[in-house]
Ligand binder design. Sequence first.
Ligand SMILES: [Zn+2]
Length: 190
Amino acid sequence: MATIITHVAVPLVLRMGIGKAKVSTQLLIVACFAAVLPDADVIAFKLGIPYASSFGHRGFSHSLLAAALVGILASICYKPLKSDPKWAFFIVSLSMASHGVLDSFTNGGLGIAFLWPESNHRYFLPWRPIEVSPIGIKNFFTARGLQVILSEIVWVWFPCLTIGVFSSLLRKTLKRRRENNVSFNVSHRL
Ligand SMILES: [Zn+2]
């Protein structure tokens, strides 16, 4: 896995790019939770479930179906999220699906069962620059843990922040242009 903190980079970028009018703070919090949720499956190690099993780490919980189901749940509960069903589904399911995508960029462990239950095949992307994160808190505060954080800053946080800043600027520019066009049309009609 990439580290838990790094998985929230995707919902944060979605909020920066789309804006808080559509991605409320409540929806952002749920999306951050959805982005880290798949790694709750590390409990499988304690339960003696084999890594390669569908119910092992990076199995069903990292699949696109699981992301879609959690997105549907969010779309049903859209009211407390101060959103609408479409945006609640889109933001939450995309945030959760991004977890598996980021994991598939890592250079260790088994791949991701994206297509579960159709197949338990474990997929990696052909290019895997992100250092795989150690499992367990105590393994994290080591030289290896530092190496993982540096790799995630370079390969996840920096590109995500760049996309977030540029998409936010683009959205604000387009909004300003729309508002200017509206006031121009109104003043011409008067
Ligand atoms: Zn994971």
